[in-house]
Design a protein around this ligand. Structure first.
Ligand SMILES: [Cu+2]
Length: 120
């Protein structure tokens, strides 16, 4: 193999490697950590793009909670000491209201969470 053929092969392989790395980076969902604690979620609202897949890591900082977002068909228990991962996405724009789905005390009804889904 002469030098120019070898250089061409090397650049072709480099191009393939960069392309596959780029595709994997695009496929990897963004990750957002959400902490539940009497009586709020932190953050209390997030914004995602329409069609974007986002991984939520749900953790409780005190007692057991859950996160229910009916518009996104999500219900996840959040047990103490066991962070839970879930992927959300929506093909519709809008604001999707969530709440704690497990009674956790007098302020349970205050535990709201909102997912804003935007077009851009
Ligand atoms: Cu609750």
């Amino acid at each position: 193999m002469n030098v120019s053929k070898r250089a061409c092969s090397v650049s072709f392989l480099l191009c393939l490697t960069l392309t596959s790395w780029h595709l994997r980076a695009e496929d990897t969902p963004r990750t957002i950590e959400v902490h539940a604690k009497r009586y709020s979620f932190s953050p209390g609202e997030i914004t995602i793009k329409k069609g974007e897949r986002v991984t939520l890591i749900l953790t409780t900082d005190d007692v057991a909670h859950s996160l229910v977002i009916r518009g996104l068909n999500l219900k996840k228990e959040i047990a103490k000491g066991h962070p839970v991962r879930t992927v959300i996405s929506s093909d519709r724009e809008g604001d999707f209201a969530g709440q704690c789905g497990r009674f956790c005390g007098s302020g349970h009804g205050l535990m709201k969470f909102i997912v804003h889904v935007t077009d851009k």
